[in-house]
Design a protein around this ligand. Structure first.
Ligand code: NAP
Length: 239
């Protein structure tokens, strides 16, 4: 088991990619704390749901120290919670911009700022920010989303440098999924998805499990010399 008894926080683990990551970590021996808004429909006694909005700084300031008292340490943090609010740049409202920045960017800042000090203190930990192929290459209608997904890569690289300043091995990496079969993709029409499938050398969308496999690798000791890295998992859509 690659994550035996590790304590892993996964934000947005109630469904989709976050759920796959949580269940994969549990199969490898971890205990997972799911920080999401909606109660998950799946049942797993090693994944505990803590209802919280990653934009709610006040709640997080109460919850994270409580979790640390209860579990004793934090070994892994996956910043996975995220949303889209798509529109062309010329039509994007300020509300759409703010909602995506608040959750996808500031939410990652909020949770990491509260969790990382414990990892720095214990001199070990693995943080993974879930980015997107859109953050690497841009996408029509996703100015807000692309900005956040590029931002979480820049934050991961910055933290890879900052969190090891006093020694130790707090590793920080990012994963850039391509287009993955989850609820998030349900808002995307087939006329957009079909060309994506065609353009992808592997000729399909990805599955949440394929992102979870990458997260497992980065979270585990197998990636012990990897930090500040962006791992693209996208079927080769951009080469
Ligand atoms: P999803 O099925 O929509 O799941 C998103 C999760 O984030 C849900 O569990 C949701 O919780 C949670 N969440 C949303 N806002 C939150 C908030 N303010 N506070 C706490 N939790 C919140 O999305 P997904 O496709 O699995 O995406 C997961 C991550 O992968 C996102 O960061 C996304 O940008 C990224 N990604 C996805 C794709 C893709 O093709 N699907 C591609 C590249 C990157 P509730 O249900 O409780 O609201």
């Amino acid at each position: 088991m690659r994550l035996q008894d590790k304590i892993a926080i996964v934000t947005g683990a109630s469904q989709g990619i976050g759920q796959a990551i949580a269940e994969t970590f549990v199969r490898e021996g971890a205990i997972v704390l799911n920080l999401s808004i909606t109660q998950p429909v799946y049942d797993n006694d090693r994944v505990t749901f803590y209802p919280v909005d990653v934009t709610d700084r006040t709640e997080l300031e109460k919850l994270i120290p409580e979790l640390h008292r209860a579990y004793g340490r934090f070994d892994i943090l996956v910043n996975n919670a995220g949303i889209t609010r798509d529109a062309l740049m010329t039509r994007m409202s300020e509300d759409m911009w703010d909602a995506v920045i608040d959750i996808n960017l500031k939410g990652v800042f909020n949770v990491t700022q509260l969790v990382a000090p414990y990892m720095i203190e214990q001199q070990t930990g693995s943080i993974i920010n879930i980015s997107s192929v859109v953050g690497e290459y841009g996408n029509i209608g996703q100015t807000n989303y692309a900005a956040t997904k590029a931002g979480v890569v820049a934050m991961a690289k910055t933290w890879a440098k900052e969190f090891t300043r006093k020694g130790g091995a707090v590793r920080v990496n990012a994963i850039a999924p391509g287009f993955i079969n989850t609820d998030m993709m349900k808002t995307v029409p087939d006329k957009v998805l079909d060309p994506i499938r065609q353009k992808t050398p592997l000729k399909r969308l990805g599955e949440p499990q394929e992102i979870a496999n990458a997260a497992l690798f980065l979270a585990s000791e197998e990636a012990s010399f990897i930090t500040g890295h962006l791992l693209s998992v996208n079927g080769g859509i951009v080469l």
